[in-house]
Design a protein around this ligand. Structure first.
Ligand code: ARG
Length: 558
């Protein structure tokens, strides 16, 4: 039982509200001097038709103090609880040292599977900055869900099917050259696409995609080559980011099942003919029409997503399926979720489009089109690593494994630069800012963690498991302990809203508090040394874990 639950239990004995109702009302006072946990009396006041100030006053005198509670005061309509700090400190630190990297975990997701569709770049095209967001946010949500006991399945659903391959094949027929293609695949494939996308080849391109869908040997050969080369390229990006998937899938995998979906839709009387094409009319729901099959028989993105969702449910019986995809595809998701609902699949209510905003450049334009040039993700990542390496070389020239450390800190810069923002907002891709070693940045968090490791390396003293804090704690120590105590709640909240930024912001505040503590308190050879070392170790455990939840690997030195 945590402290809030303990207080809810005490209050429940005195008032006409249930424990869980009280729990939902408890909050942290705006100013820590007012107390550690506050109970606002407004709800009770409307039930009892009594003045909330008077209610708070009465409760103040009724509730008895315990070993955990050192003071209770009524402040206006609030009843404020002060926790006994030595007791709190002992409890929190003991718990963290015992549970280690499992601190903050729960079993709420036991036996439940969450499928996460993430990253999902398009073959033969550069890995976009939107795909980077999807990869980072989707991966973090997966880590957060796993820590709450859910079984997560991360699926990279490649955009490896669709009319664009007709265009690519035409481009290849016109200007293609295997040597060039193998030399720098992504850049060259972009050229092929631009060629094949010319208005004059429109019909040829359409015909080639149809051939591909029908299994034409030459079409399949080229498509396979494009897919293989792209995947190799993407894999280098994932390796830098340190990201793994449970399954690499793609739209092409469902090509053979498309007929079944169309038949299914027909049987359920959902398909309508419209100018030779087949659609599901969603006008009634204000969702326009969902195009299922074109006049020439070619299927569409939505048809593939419908088929994929059905297949995934049959395979995983998921509790929830999350699609981490940009907000510009909102309508697409609303449409095919609706179609699945109309088809009678109950699990359609468990599909969630977790969307993100755009990356902008400093002028507020979409990042990818900056100066009209395409920006390659691998180049951005390598540039970031080089910049970080330069700073490390200046600050710590004798550091071992500089390359690996630079990679981790560079990835931390990019991941944290993204995740500190609420995902639904647009944000500026400000690399210069992301890589700063001071301020609200990834390197600052890495640095704080490394600092805690360095303190612990300097001592040979062992931290006992029955750690106890007897001495009076100063303000920064208490603040740090209270922050560490909040961690499990933050994870839970971050999962409930599917907002990794809650953990990101928490980590930053935690590191700030740790640094404040470090400046105010002498740890080594102090009177309270063993307890303070245990506190540093607790910070180190929680910091590592929260960075892990964001998808960031820590470094012991930098
Ligand atoms: N490949 C798509 C794109 O880049 C994203 C796919 C997202 N996942 C899905 N099941 N539709 O736009």
């Amino acid at each position: 039982m945590n402290n809030k639950e303990a207080i809810a239990k005490i209050l429940a004995k005195q008032i006409e509200l249930k424990e869980n109702e009280i729990l939902a009302l408890l909050e942290a006072p705006s100013n820590p001097e007012l107390g550690d946990i506050a109970f606002p009396c407004f709800k009770l006041s409307s039930i009892l038709k009594k003045n909330p100030i008077q209610i708070a006053k009465e409760l103040e005198s009724k509730i008895k103090l315990t070993k955990k509670l050192e003071k209770i005061t009524a402040t206006g309509p609030y009843l404020n609880f002060f926790l006994e700090k030595s007791n709190l400190a002992t409890e929190v630190v003991k718990k963290i040292l015992k549970e280690k990297e499992k601190y903050g975990n729960s079993t709420e997701g036991k036996g439940k599977t969450i499928v996460i569709d993430l990253s999902s770049p398009n073959i033969a095209k550069p890995f976009g900055i939107g795909h980077l967001r999807s990869t980072i946010i989707g991966n973090s949500i997966s880590n957060i869900a796993s820590s709450l006991g859910y079984k997560t399945i991360k699926i990279n659903y490649l955009g490896d099917w669709g009319t664009q391959f007709g265009k690519m094949i035409v481009g290849y027929q016109k200007i293609g050259n295997d040597k060039e293609l193998n030399k720098d695949p992504i850049k060259y494939m972009l050229k092929l696409y631009i060629e094949g996308n010319k208005e004059e080849y429109k019909n040829e391109a359409r015909a080639w995609f149809k051939k591909l869908e029908d299994g034409d040997v030459e079409a399949i050969r080229l498509w396979k080559k494009f897919r293989e080369l792209s995947l190799k390229d993407f894999e280098r990006i994932y390796k830098i980011l340190g990201i793994k998937f449970d399954c690499i899938s793609g739209e092409s995998l469902y090509n053979k099942k498309m007929d079944e979906t169309i038949k299914n839709l027909k049987t359920k009387k959902l398909l309508e003919e419209s100018e030779g094409a087949w659609i599901v009319n969603l006008e009634k729901f204000n969702l326009g029409v969902c195009l299922i099959q074109k006049t020439d028989g070619a299927t569409l993105y939505a048809t593939r997503d419908i088929t994929t969702a059905i297949d995934r449910y049959n395979k995983y019986k998921f509790h929830k399926m999350i699609y981490e995809v940009g907000q510009e595809q909102k309508l697409h998701f609303q449409q095919f979720f609706k179609v699945l609902e109309l088809m009678g699949y109950k699990y359609s209510k468990d599909l969630i489009h977790v969307y993100h905003g755009l990356y902008l450049d400093a002028d507020g334009k979409r990042f990818a089109t900056r100066k009209g040039k395409t920006i390659f993700m691998e180049d951005i990542l390598n540039e970031t690593i080089n910049l970080i390496k330069k700073t490390i070389e200046e600050k710590n020239p004798n550091l071992k494994s500089k390359n690996e450390i630079a990679r981790k800190v560079a990835v931390a810069s990019i991941i944290y630069g993204d995740l500190k923002n609420q995902r639904t907002n647009d944000l500026v891709f400000d690399l210069e800012r992301f890589i700063e070693f001071d301020g609200n940045t990834g390197p600052y968090l890495e640095y704080s963690y490394a600092r805690s490791s360095s303190i612990l390396r300097k001592t040979k003293k062992k931290i006992p498991t029955n750690i106890k804090s007897n001495l009076k704690l100063n303000e920064s120590e208490v603040a740090l302990i209270k922050k560490l105590n909040d961690f499990p709640e933050v994870i839970k909240k971050s999962y409930d809203h599917l907002y990794p930024n809650l953990i990101a912001n928490y980590t930053y505040e935690l590191c700030q508090m740790f640094n404040e503590f470090y400046h105010q308190t002498k740890v080594l050879d102090s009177e309270n040394e063993i307890f303070l070392l245990a506190l540093v170790e607790s910070f180190r455990i929680v910091c590592k874990k929260s960075l892990y939840l964001l998808g960031i690997e820590t470094v012991e030195e930098m």
